[in-house]
Design a protein around this ligand. Structure first.
Ligand SMILES: [Cu+2]
Length: 206
């Protein structure tokens, strides 16, 4: 009895596996924000397997016209996925670029075949390397703002992510969003001396 039950369970398990993709059977963990229940029923799309870490855009004005989107693109599936195009609402044109060095000159151009992301791995978009190029901008991208970028994969699936706009010349961790706050700190030391007088002066105005 025990033996029969065991083999029957194994048989049922293998049947179950047939209905799933190889990736799912291999136990690979999905890193993206895919709805987990759906993944078992239909084939996992590239968009489901995709995730991005620390996406950011170099701040520029609409007058400057073009800028790059950077970040670490990851693939949580067991098969290579490829970003073939991207889109941004306030850009007339968006391309996938690579930077090519010829002698001392570094020029950028459209990357043929897009950005492949290896199975279970990642590819990095960074200044001086691969990047999503936003061109013909119709709006400023100011430091502290956020922008939603859409990417499309070779299987036709799409997903979007929100990138933080940063002043690149100001280097990595520069957040200018809170400018103007906290400037009064230097005067704290004198508060104790005339604090009592201040309280009475201001009341009538409110
Ligand atoms: Cu470019």
């Amino acid at each position: 009895m025990d033996r029969i039950r065991t083999s029957r369970t194994a048989w049922a398990a293998s049947l179950l596996c047939l209905g799933l993709t190889l990736t799912a059977c291999g136990g690979a963990q999905e890193q993206g924000a895919a709805p987990a229940e759906e993944a078992a029923d239909s084939a996992v799309t590239a968009a489901d397997a995709f995730s991005v870490t620390d996406p950011w855009i170099k701040a520029v004005t609409a007058e400057e016209g073009m800028t790059g989107v950077f970040g670490v693109l990851a693939n949580g599936s067991g098969e290579e996925i490829t970003v073939v195009s991207a889109d941004y609402d306030a850009a007339g044109m968006v391309e996938l670029h690579e930077v090519v060095s010829e002698g001392t000159d570094a020029t950028m151009r459209e990357k043929e075949g897009g950005f492949p992301i290896p199975a279970g791995g990642s590819t990095t978009l960074e200044p001086g390397g691969d990047h999503i190029m936003l061109m013909e901008l119709t709006e400023d991208l100011q430091p502290g703002a956020e922008a939603t970028v859409t990417v499309e994969f070779s299987d036709g699936s799409t997903t979007e992510f929100t990138a933080a706009v940063k002043d690149y010349a100001g280097a990595n961790e520069e957040y200018e969003g809170g400018h103007g706050e906290g400037h009064g700190d230097g005067e704290h030391g004198s508060e104790g001396e005339d604090g009592g007088a201040h309280g009475d002066e201001g009341h009538g105005d409110h």
